[in-house]
Design a protein around this ligand. Sequence first.
Ligand code: FDA
Length: 392
Amino acid sequence: MQRDVIVIGAGAAGLFCATEAGKRGRKVEVLDHAKRLGGKILMSGGGRCNFTNMYSSPENFLSQNPHFCKSALSRYTQWDFIALVEQYKIAYHEKTLGQLFCDNTAKDIVDMLMQECKKAGVTVTNRCEVGEVTYQDGQYHVQTAKGEYVAPSLVIATGGLSMPKLGATPFGYRVAEQFGIPIVPTRAALVPFTLHEHDKTVLGELSGVSLDASAGCNNTHFNESMLFTHRGLSGPAVLQISSYWEPGQEVAFDLYPNGNLHEVLAKEQQRSPDVQLSTALAKIYPKRFVQTTLDYLNIQNKPLRQYQGKQLEQAAHAFGQWQIKPNGTEGYRTAEVTLGGVDTDYISSKTMETKEQQGLYFIGEVLDVTGWLGGYNFQWAWSSGWVAGQVV
Ligand code: FDA
């Protein structure tokens, strides 16, 4: 089956690239082994798809080469995608920090992409196992359960390793290696932390408690909310810092990130000296959290008047400098994205084409470009898919 372009992976990046190429009159075939099209989009943003971020910029992405994403992000911006969403009259809202979500459901985005494919004459074939890829006389030959597809342009849009249940595989990395392109080591990112046994037992009791916190390591901090779970720590601040954390490192949590806890407690000491420290803290934190945390941090609970000299400051400091050494992460099973991937040094940032192998393109999460939590990863899928779609 001869085509102009074969795209492997019918996720956000693959479908977006395909429609752009189709609009240029290219005969495009998108192949995917998943039963359901756009599985990750449908699950994303709690079913409402955080499809982009109003403040998206290259600083919100991690990569061995931080400059690589700049060109694509500037040529197809969040405002371009927002205009498309508005053209389809999809209702949306800003939830927080520039994050845009559908008002109704993520299916609106999948339907929009499928309509775009239809308009552009793109064929999308799912439930199609993809096998060997070979290159002969300027053409890529892709063996599939539905026969052999042949095209001079091959786009790999098979994403990362997170959520294998949704169809994630290392296929894209294997194709890269086959054509001599190295893979920047991968690991789960935007992922909850698991804790060592003692921490897990004590803090597990706080399962369900959510707090505003700043989480930091490796000179990076995120001031959002954190969530205690029965397995460890989660919530936006934790997911964000997980992308910067390396195994064995500690994470510093400031549990009073927007003020000075010592000042607050000192005022309370003057006003109500007979009140217990736990009672004063319970005005700020959930009661359940205060009791467990005082024990965990070895802070004595007594009336505020009994805190002498620097004792109150030390207690406040313990809440502002909470060091935890995670045991690990929950891994690809629950991670939103994969850090690392196809080495961008081997890819043109203008077109996403492999520098040494004509007609072979990599787009989306399969590349070593990973966004923060908050719509950035979809924006990368749209931007990288769009630039490739102009040239394939
Ligand atoms: P994507 O993973 O979307 O698509 C890859 C496609 O390739 C899949 O359809 C897969 O079936 C197919 N494929 C893989 N291997 C194959 C093989 N061997 N043969 C054939 N087909 C194969 N981001 C964001 O910006 N906002 C958000 O709200 C969220 N929310 C979110 C929630 C959850 C639960 C997850 C797991 C992830 C997110 N993300 C997110 C991240 C975002 O979903 C992700 O970065 C993009 O979907 C990546 O788009 P791609 O098209 O590159 O890969």
